[in-house]
Design a protein around this ligand. Structure first.
Ligand code: UD1
Ligand code: CA
Length: 457
């Protein structure tokens, strides 16, 4: 059965309760990754390429981010409800020859592979035509209410908006988690029964429960208690709550692996990071994207690191920002340093306070200790870059490169007007504006001569 079971993620909705106009709800991020990323991650080990997605509101944003899934995205032009999303996808799933379909709301980023497998196993064991997961969360919530008859058998799911105690009785604690396993041949005839005659004027997938029972099909509720992995994200508070669950899990995992994390409640590490045992991290800080941090490296407080490689024993001092950079071993960065895309520090290099690097290599053992901009530059090994050095890489139209060879010494407050090369072991006098190449072992001073006069009184 597994090989002929597909998954369908419902991700077409706008997420009105999120008040976000620029992205679909499933693209809002938790620890630097879109909500949908987590759903794909949990489902991929079970469904591989049998993983389909219904998209609609700003579908192109989802397609651009998840290229691997683009081929299996189905467009729901108008979002008329979860039942309608299923109707729209149905034919293509049927044509693909699937016998069963697991439908899951795209706004469940905490979902785990184990919960999905549990769902599939239970549904198979029960030979259910329709199985769905239920939870019993604490406190009031907006989930669909699960109705049971006096024998305890499920009779329907009633959405909160449509729930009327006068007709339905006292509100049950058990609610619908938004994951369904459908046997396609027996459920198919029921799709045509869906209507939007309800408070939301939407076609509800949840109505299939009542229809299946009326059609004498086997319906089974997979009771999952208060399994947090089934939490739905519908508003900003729930987004942050789900993110906090993920955050705490990741921190606990790293602590168990031997990473020292100080002020752990303020450290945010994304799920794609790879941090080696023996690393020390102090909060508050955030480490997102595919960031790798080698053993005994230190990340101090108030740093923000994205998609960056940091080798062994390097230290990132407070208030530094690293974005798509590479830091060799035994380097020192910051405090207050900014390494932008393409910044590469070779081993034992140092970048101090208020230094910015972009598309620039700082060679092994080289230092730029204070107040410097290095952009579109190649700097060799053992170079000293004085305080206030600027590579003037932009002429208003094009970017140009600066090359500084091994062992050169750049005096403080130097402007290097690119394209320009400073040869190996050359010296540039402080305050120079260098517009011509400097030879190896040469010395260049390019500043107004000092004149000394007697002061007039
Ligand atoms: C839904 C269930 C509710 C359940 C809850 C669990 C229905 C009618 N209700 O409510 O019983 O307790 O999930 O979290 O299904 N979507 C589409 N196309 C649409 C509408 C929605 O793809 O036309 C997608 C959304 O992007 C979202 C998912 O379906 O990812 C669920 O939609 P949402 O509006 O969040 O449903 P809930 O009100 O949470
Ligand atoms: Ca929802």
């Amino acid at each position: 059965m597994k090989e002929t079971t597909c998954a369908l993620i419902l991700a077409a909705g706008k997420g009105t309760r999120m008040y976000c106009e620029t992205r679909p709800k499933v693209m809002l991020e938790l620890l630097g990754e879109p909500m949908l990323w987590y759903v794909y991650k949990a489902l991929a080990p079970v469904f591989h390429t049998r993983l389909h997605t219904v998209v609609g509101f700003q579908a192109e944003v989802i397609g651009d981010t998840f290229h691997d899934h683009l081929e299996r995205m189905i467009i729901q032009e108008q979002q008329l409800g979860t039942g309608h999303a299923l109707q729209v996808a149905w034919d293509s799933l049927k044509k693909a020859g699937y016998t069963h379909c697991l439908v899951i709301n795209g706004d469940t980023p905490l979902i785990s592979t184990e919960t999905i497998e549990h769902m599939l196993e239970t549904a198979q064991r029960e030979e259910a035509d329709l199985a769905f997961a239920t939870i019993t969360p604490e406190g009031p919530n907006a989930f669909g209410r699960v109705l049971r008859d006096k024998d305890g058998n499920v009779s329907a799911i009633v959405e909160k908006k449509d729930y009327d105690p006068a007709t339905h009785g006292p509100e049950p604690a058990e609610v619908n988690a938004g994951i369904y396993l459908l046997r396609m041949d027996t459920i198919e005839p029921l799709l045509g029964w869906l209507s939007n005659a309800n408070k939301s004027k939407e076609y509800y997938i949840t109505d299939l429960v009542e229809f299946a029972i009326a059609d004498k099909l086997k319906v089974h509720a997979v009771e999952c208690g208060n399994d947090v992995s089934l939490m739905g994200v519908n508003n900003p508070a729930e987004l942050v709550e789900a993110e906090e669950v993920l955050r705490a899990r990741i921190i606990a995992d790293y602590q168990a692996q031997g990473v020292i994390i100080r002020s752990p409640s303020s450290v945010r590490i994304g799920p794609r990071a790879n941090i080696k045992p023996g690393v020390e991290i102090s909060g508050p800080c955030e480490i997102y994207g595919e960031t790798c941090i080698g053993s005994e490296a230190k990340v101090e407080a108030f740093t923000s690191i994205f998609e960056t490689w940091i080798s062994e024993r390097s230290t990132i001092h407070p208030f530094s920002h690293l974005d798509q950079a590479v830091v060799g071993h035994d380097c020192s960065v910051g405090p207050y340093a900014r390494l932008r895309v393409g910044a590469v520090m070779e081993d034992e290099a140092k970048v101090g306070n208020f230094v910015e690097m972009k598309k620039a290599v700082l060679g092994a053992g080289s230092k730029a200790s204070h107040l410097t901009y290095l952009g579109d530059a190649e700097i060799g090994a053992g170079v000293n870059i004085g305080a206030g050095t600027i590579t003037c890489n932009y002429d208003g139209v094009n970017k140009h490169r600066t090359t500084i060879k091994d062992g050169a010494f750049i005096g403080s407050n130097t402007a290097l007007v690119a394209p320009v090369t400073v040869g190996a072991n050359a010296l540039v006098g402080a305050g120079s504006t260098i517009t011509k190449d400097v030879e190896a072992n040469g010395m260049a001073i390019a500043r107004g001569k000092q004149i000394s006069l007697r002061r007039k009184r």
